[in-house]
Ligand binder design. Structure first.
Ligand code: DX5
Ligand code: ZN
Length: 221
């Protein structure tokens, strides 16, 4: 079944703990934590202290998405703060092999993300070392953007290459996920859907999560 990872970027930050607990109760599989540094992307969100506070307060699988330059420098602080999975961008300025090794050494699962302009083949050399590949379906930096349909082709290309080599990394997609775009992604081979606005801004998060799962139907991985 498809996994849902609501992005806390769309949460009410004045009631962050309660809102996160509510989406977990509503059936979310994990929490997606968007970290932005104002340099890799033109926005600043939150960092280590917020993750540490949340993870100490609320046991969950923390799916941490680093949209920052020099991610290698920050691997240990984020893993120590409670990240379960730490995803960095291939386009960020750290050696990918060293970054993956550092994430594993810190006891986390390793994910690699690519921006919309980066071709899927860019992740192929690393597939055997990664627990997850994150395909961005919007330009990273802001919630509430429109899904770019090319993401589905990229997911399919990565899934095909993984299958060809007998590998099974999870494939996650992030940006503009809603009832119409979610099935395009799961049909292409995505296992994990990030959804910010569609879950946290829904009047009924439990209903929104259930509807997303239903929309993915039998196509859900
Ligand atoms: C964008 C972030 C996303 C974003 C998704 O840079 O990585 O996780 O919050 O938000 P929606 O689901 O609203 O597009
Ligand atoms: Zn994200």
């Amino acid at each position: 079944m498809v996994k849902l990872s609501p992005s806390i970027l769309a949460a009410d930050f004045t009631r962050l703990g309660e809102s996160c607990a509510a989406v977990l109760d509503a059936g979310a599989d994990m929490l997606h934590i968007d970290v932005m540094d104002g340099a890799f992307v033109p926005n600043i969100s939150l960092g280590v202290p917020v993750l540490a506070a949340l993870s100490a307060h609320l046991p969950a699988f923390y799916d941490v998405h680093l949209m920052i330059r020099h991610p290698l420098q920050y691997v240990k602080p984020f893993c120590d703060a409670g990240a379960s999975l730490l995803t960095f961008h291939l386009e960020a300025e750290s050696d990918p092999w060293r970054t993956i090794r550092a994430i594993h050494a810190a006891g986390c699962r390793a994910g690699m993300s690519i921006r919309p302009a980066t071709p899927p083949g860019a992740v192929f050399p690393y597939l055997g070392e990664l627990e997850l590949v994150l395909v961005m379906s919007v330009e990273p930096g802001f919630g509430g953007q429109k899904f770019m349909p090319q993401a589905a082709e990229k997911i399919a290309a990565i899934r095909a290459e993984a299958l060809r080599r007998g590998l099974a990394p999870e494939i996650e997609v992030d940006g503009g996920i809603n009832l119409s775009t979610a099935p395009l992604c799961t049909n292409a081979g995505a296992d994990v859907l990030v959804a910010g606005s569609a879950v946290f801004r829904a009047p009924d998060p439990a209903g929104a999560i259930a509807a997303l799962r239903t929309a993915c139907g039998a196509g859900g991985a």
